[in-house]
Write a protein that binds this ligand. Structure first.
Ligand SMILES: [Zn+2]
Ligand SMILES: [Zn+2]
Length: 407
């Protein structure tokens, strides 16, 4: 108590506004603003000093030596922010400030002179007070953790910087046609600028699932760019069927966030090569969730045999494969980009769907990360066991489709 009185007495010798006086004790007393604290301290001080006759309450300074009365401009600052936020659609916001370094020096000097340890920096009070004033002018909620939009005000120059949180939409996609990569595949020679190698397109394929799904969402949200985060990927020449592959589409700097997802689906499906389902808005952490998920997949594979195999034998071989652990050394086709190692995956189910002479179709279910083509043709013995070896004929994979991602 005496210490509080001593510090207050010393502080009152400085020219301070109520905000800066109160903020010296910002960590004391809950539910008060610093301005209220400052006022209360002056009253408290005058009462403590009153002896024979009342000691007059010391007045707040109109020429604060710490903040130069910056708090008189709260309404002005809030209006600047509201104006800058105008073009954007958001439900939650956060205000940040950049303050004149001189003001920050002033207050640090004061802390050490008065030897106080109960203060808080002026920025935190400005953020809160400007935020409260903004709140009175717009229809949105403050959010400290994940605001849709962040407005950073520089109090020296009256400028406002806006940071927009990305928009994340979860869904599942089906790719009904072969030959479309999952993501944009930039030209390795020019990295997107356009050159002779890529016919000036900057990319190696006409389009991708990422573009077919991302462009409409980018347009609807007036965003800047998009990224598709998929739960694994299928080969360019594989269809993705069944209930589709889970993905999160990220839109950078969206101006509009309340997207009609049914309309989004319609816009995507204008291109009849891709369909989307199960669309919903999610938070960023969903990306990690789908990236980390290791789920089984069911495939249909069409095989051309080098010569016909008797049906009974074929079925016996498949039966022997069912439930086995497949040992796979990194396939030759990906060895240039993946380290050489051996890994084991379980083949949970495999059955014959069609068998006409040299042409057959299998449906198989295996663990996440199984190299299916190699399981069929053997990859020169790098995958063991493999179908070709057990059948005693060469097996060429003609088509490979994903029927189900078991998520
Ligand atoms: Zn002040
Ligand atoms: Zn190029």
């Amino acid at each position: 108590m005496m210490e509080l009185l001593d510090i207050t007495e010393n502080a009152l010798e400085k020219e301070l506004c109520d905000h800066c006086l109160g903020r010296l004790f910002a960590q004391l007393g809950h539910g008060l603003t610093n301005k209220e604290r400052g006022k209360a301290l002056r009253v408290f001080y005058s009462m403590a000093k009153t002896e024979d006759e009342p000691f007059e309450v010391p007045e707040a300074s109109d020429n604060c030596s710490v903040c130069y009365n910056i708090f008189k401009e709260l309404d002005h600052f809030a209006s600047l922010i509201v104006e800058e936020l105008e073009p954007f659609e958001f439900e939650t916001f956060l205000v940040g400030t950049r303050v004149d370094p001189e003001i920050e020096e002033n207050e640090e000097l004061l802390w050490s002179e008065l030897n106080v340890s109960t203060s808080k920096p002026i920025k935190s009070e400005l953020n809160r007070e400007i935020g409260k004033t903004v709140l009175g002018k717009i229809d949105a909620e403050p959010d400290l953790k994940r605001p849709d939009v962040k407005a950073i005000l520089d109090t020296r120059f009256d400028t406002v910087e806006i940071e927009l949180a990305p928009l994340f939409v979860y869904g599942r996609y089906r790719k009904l046609e072969r030959g479309i990569p999952q993501t944009r595949w930039l030209c390795k020679k020019c990295w997107g600028k356009g050159c002779e190698h890529c016919d000036g397109k900057g990319k190696m394929y006409g389009t991708s699932v990422e573009e077919i799904v991302g462009e409409p969402l980018k347009e609807m949200s007036f965003g800047e760019d998009f990224t598709l985060h998929g739960m694994g990927r299928e080969d360019i020449d594989a269809k993705m069927l069944g209930n589709g592959r889970p993905f999160v589409m990220e839109i950078k700097n969206p101006i509009k966030r309340s997207i009609d997802l049914d309309m989004f689906k319609e816009e995507v499906e204008v291109d009849d090569r891709v369909e989307v389902d199960s669309l919903c808005f999610v938070e960023r952490k969903k990306i990690e969730e789908i990236k980390e998920a290791a789920v089984d997949k069911t495939y249909r594979v069409k095989i051309i045999l080098s010569s016909n195999v008797e049906r009974g034998k074929y079925k016996k071989v498949l039966h022997s494969l069912k439930g086995t652990k497949i040992s796979q050394r990194t396939p030759q086709r990906v060895s240039h980009r993946r380290s050489d190692k051996v890994r084991t995956r379980e083949l949970k189910d495999i059955r014959l769907e069609r068998h006409e002479q040299e042409v057959s179709e299998l449906v198989l279910r295996c663990e996440s990360g199984t190299y299916v083509k190699e399981l069929i043709h053997g990859d020169d013995g790098r995958t063991k066991p493999n179908l070709a070896e057990l059948l005693g004929v060469d097996c060429d994979v003609e088509e490979l489709d994903v029927l189900k991602v078991h998520y």
